[in-house]
Design a protein around this ligand. Structure first.
Ligand code: SF4
Ligand code: SF4
Length: 465
């Protein structure tokens, strides 16, 4: 059965409970232990986990009083406002399926439909899909990241203050006001302590466990999890981890050893690595400060040498990805050619960046948009020559590229474009000053665009401390 058919079937089953019922509210959870926040699923804004609730028991990490009230609404057929993402899709013409149907249709969710529907609304539930970030320790300062997720960003902002865009990018006061200041990497964190109390209880029930960061491979909790799983095999569990692939060698070697052991012993169903990279070479290093492109590739190959491993690249499409778009796809095809024999081991996703808006693809000039169109046309040609080939592209991937293009070329208000280009100039001028980089040396082909941004900047005022 296709994803679509499964989701259609799930829709009918969910409707027997209510038209707003969604299994993800019970069975899927993201835990941001660094800030003590949670959401189910990840579309609604995260909310704070009250410390007094986890003092009564660690299951409150997922089953907060707030979340239980949203579940009650779903059982009664009321739409929780926080799930607007799905209601918007469902209210569009054409009877579209939303993530509510797709997520609930997943095997890890639908198998428990009858159990969930028969529980009281305020029951504590053990999740099947758990995503966790333990720590904001990270040696990178990617341009679009923030002090909330990276300790290196935090250190820089503490030293120099926010970036002087018109609104003050990565202003610490904003994070304080929104209760988003994380526990430091070495600080005692009651949410992490609670997690470890809860872990043995939920572990046998999990089907998917994801670790994100910060950089999970420099966080000791990651090694503890992998060690636990080696000693408590769980053949129905899929583990995944998102990494920047440049942790210290010792940590990376430990990680490789653990993954080999897990796979050799069939201790889990599957292991999946996600690695973020948005361009190639020096340009990739500029976008993600801290990246060592050569080391990234070496570590990638070390990982792929382990039989049975798979990787998915996350290309967070931002305006600086445009010049390297075609070389990036060529790099991917080379990897596929080398490692995907008989089975696809290399996949990728292309989410496009919305925030900060001055880095979005929409700030680009028509020439750059045209160059991206040419790359997509080139990829389509490869697809037409060798449809679905393991060392080519899939139709789904071609569709993704087209969606990126659609977003890039969507009409935008003139004033927003002008302000975003001005902020682009303000941000990278300061970036080069603080980090000793040189935008024009790294992106010489963007000189005209840079000049245009500089010109726009004359009409705007930078935020001052
Ligand atoms: S209704 Fe949509 S937004 Fe809400 S939990 Fe389900 S999938 Fe997520
Ligand atoms: S590697 Fe991840 S956590 Fe670290 S700065 Fe980049 S995006 Fe942020």
């Amino acid at each position: 059965m296709s994803h679509y058919e499964k989701a259609l079937k799930a829709k009918a089953e969910l409707n027997t409970v209510s038209p707003s019922f969604c299994l993800a509210k019970w069975l899927q959870v993201s835990l941001h232990l660094t800030t003590g926040r949670t959401h189910s699923c990840y579309h609604p804004r995260s909310h704070k986990i009250p410390l007094k609730e986890i003092e009564r028991g660690p299951s409150a990490l997922h089953n907060t009083e707030y979340k239980k009230k949203q579940r009650k609404k779903m059982l009664e057929g009321t739409r929780p406002v926080e799930c607007l993402y799905c209601w918007t899709v469902e209210d569009m013409p054409g009877d579209l399926l939303s993530d509510r149907h797709y997520r609930s249709a997943e095997d890890w969710a639908m198998a428990d439909m009858d159990i969930i529907r028969s529980m009281p609304w305020d029951a504590d539930v053990k999740p099947r899909y758990l995503e966790v970030n333990f720590n904001q320790a990270c040696q990178f300062k990617c341009t679009y990241c923030s002090p909330q997720f990276s300790s290196s960003w935090m250190a820089e902002i503490k030293q120099y203050g926010f970036y002087p865009t018109t609104f003050g990018y990565n202003r610490l006061e904003w994070f304080k006001k929104n209760d988003l200041i994380p526990y430091g990497p070495d600080e005692k964190n009651p949410y992490v302590e609670s997690f470890w109390k809860w872990w043995p209880e939920i572990y046998p029930h999990l089907r998917i466990f994801r670790m994100t960061g910060g950089e999970p491979l420099i966080d000791p909790n990651t090694a503890l999890v992998l060690d636990y799983v080696i000693h408590h095999p769980h053949p129905k569990l899929t583990i995944s981890l998102t990494s920047n692939l440049c942790p210290p060698d010792k940590n990376f070697q430990q990680f490789l050893t653990a993954v080999s052991e897990l796979l050799q012993k069939n201790a889990i169903e599957n292991f999946f690595l996600y690695a973020s990279i948005d361009s190639v070479g020096k340009q990739a290093e500029y976008i993600r400060s801290g990246l060592d492109y050569q080391k990234f590739n070496e570590n990638l190959e070390r990982y792929l040498e382990i039989p049975g491993t798979e990787i998915s690249f996350i290309l967070t499409f931002n305006c600086l990805s445009a010049p390297g778009f075609r070389p990036y796809l060529e790099w991917l095809l080379n990897l596929r050619n080398k490692y995907s024999k008989g089975k696809q081991r290399i996949s990728f996703d292309t989410p496009f960046l919305h925030h900060p808006s001055f880095l979005s693809l929409q700030v680009l000039t028509p020439e750059w948009k045209k160059s991206m169109q040419e790359t997509v046309a080139w990829a389509e040609e490869i697809y037409r020559d060798r449809p679905e080939a393991l060392d080519g592209f899939t139709s789904m991937e071609i569709d993704k590229f087209k969606r990126v293009l659609q977003w890039t070329c969507a009409p935008v208000v003139d004033f927003d474009i002008q302000m975003n280009r001005a902020n682009f100039f303000f941000f990278f001028t300061e970036h080069d000053r603080r980090r000793g980089t040189n935008f024009l040396k790294t992106f010489p082909e963007m000189k005209e665009f840079w000049n245009q941004c500089e010109q726009e900047s004359r009409s705007f005022k930078q935020a001052t401390v």
